[in-house]
Design a protein around this ligand. Structure first.
Ligand code: ATP
Ligand code: MG
Length: 344
């Protein structure tokens, strides 16, 4: 596509501002759309917990006696030394209470991101958590979480303006079994729904092809009735889930309209500049994968090879692996203890 002069000015006028990123924090949009999304609890993150997430030292999981005893990297290699794992009793109590209130299983995220790149480290290879240790393990292993903490305003066009003040929060969402073929990403420009992409575009879902019209209508109705003009910005990206049994649409997440958000089956250039997208009178441009031939490797695949394991090949990081294995073991023991307790 050739970009004309007029379209180039559209790029500039639509470029993402820090304020837009600020508005897409969970605690900003959740109160507005609470009735249309998954039940969640927001807990302020104490500064010492944030420091702990960013500390790149050996993994230590608070609250686990097994993990509290670990090998100190700087000491004599054969020597075992007790290091007290950091404990955050007040915060731990708040998290446990929230997990209980949400039914015992939660999906964790920070102000914007979930640790999707770290699910390889979880016992069940998913982001489903039922304890603080599991949440800490995921957060400490995730580059997406580090990016939220250290570079929240990446790709913003107003880099010269001061960064808005961010209060970091742990978001716990009730665990919900979402079928990937029911997830769609919707691009909203000037309060108009211009484009919809299948979220898990690496897979072919025949039902989308068959139900194209009803999916499109369900999403459009949801947008028109529940979302349009209700948010703080007129450009944003919303993720929705269509329950194929009930046909009901739910809001999953709200994201900034810009490069920090994956444009999936579109490009940011065409979303910003038109190029046919959103120009039709009849409604949004709906893209989905139409055959097995186009199926691509999952974009998160590269994150599934643990960097800690890769580091091993250079011989630098053997202790990290040991820690990881200890944690796995202690988690397994904890869960088998719980199973025994539950049986009694
Ligand atoms: N409450 C939940 N229970 C189970 N799975 C969930 C839940 N919320 C989200 N998911 C799954 O996790 C995926 C990522 O969730 P979410 O969009 O909140 O993360 P994100 O970090 O904002 O992602 P992105 O970077 O793509 O915007 C969703 O596509 C969905 O499949
Ligand atoms: Mg998101």
């Amino acid at each position: 596509m050739t970009i004309t002069k007029g379209q180039c000015s559209a790029i500039r006028s639509c470029s993402m501002k820090k304020e837009q990123v600020q508005h897409c924090q969970f605690s900003v949009w959740y109160p507005i759309f609470k009735q249309h999304t998954i039940k969640s609890v927001i807990l302020p993150l104490p500064p010492d917990v944030i420091d702990y997430f960013l500390d790149d030292g050996t993994l230590v999981v608070p609250g686990s006696h097994h993990a509290a005893q670990q090998t100190h990297i700087n000491s004599d290699l054969d020597e075992e030394e007790d290091i007290q794992a950091p404990e955050f009793p007040e915060f731990t109590a708040q998290v446990l209470e929230a997990i209980n209130a949400l039914g015992g299983l939660v999906f964790p995220k920070l102000n914007w991101s979930a640790p999707r790149d770290a699910n390889w480290i979880a016992l069940n290879s998913s982001l489903q958590c039922r304890s603080l240790s599991e949440i800490f393990l995921l957060f400490k292993s995730s580059d997406f979480i580090t990016r939220d903490l250290t570079q929240p305003f990446l790709h913003c066009s107003d880099q010269d303006s001061p960064d808005p003040n961010i209060s970091y929060e742990l978001v716990l969402r009730k665990w919900s079994e979402l079928i990937p073929g029911g997830e769609f990403r919707c691009f909203v420009k000037e309060n108009k729904l211009i484009a919809i992409s299948q979220r898990d575009y690496t897979q072919y879902y025949p039902h989308i092809l068959k139900q194209e019209e009803s999916i499109l209508h369900a999403i459009l109705d949801f947008f028109n009735q529940r979302i349009q003009h209700a948010f703080l910005d007129e450009d944003f990206v919303l993720d929705v889930y269509r329950d194929s049994q009930e046909g009901r649409v739910w809001l999953i997440d709200l994201n900034p309209f810009g490069e920090v958000t994956d444009s999936l089956l579109f490009s940011w250039e065409e979303l910003r500049c038109g190029g046919g997208v959103g120009q039709q009178q009849e409604g949004p441009d709906f893209r989905y994968t139409t055959s097995e031939v186009t199926v691509q490797p999952s974009p998160c695949l590269s994150y599934r090879i643990p960097r800690d394991f890769a580091d091993l090949s250079t011989g630098e990081d053997a202790y990290k692996l040991m820690d990881f294995l200890k944690l796995k073991k202690s988690q397994e023991e904890e869960s088998s203890d719980e199973d025994v307790d539950a049986a009694h």
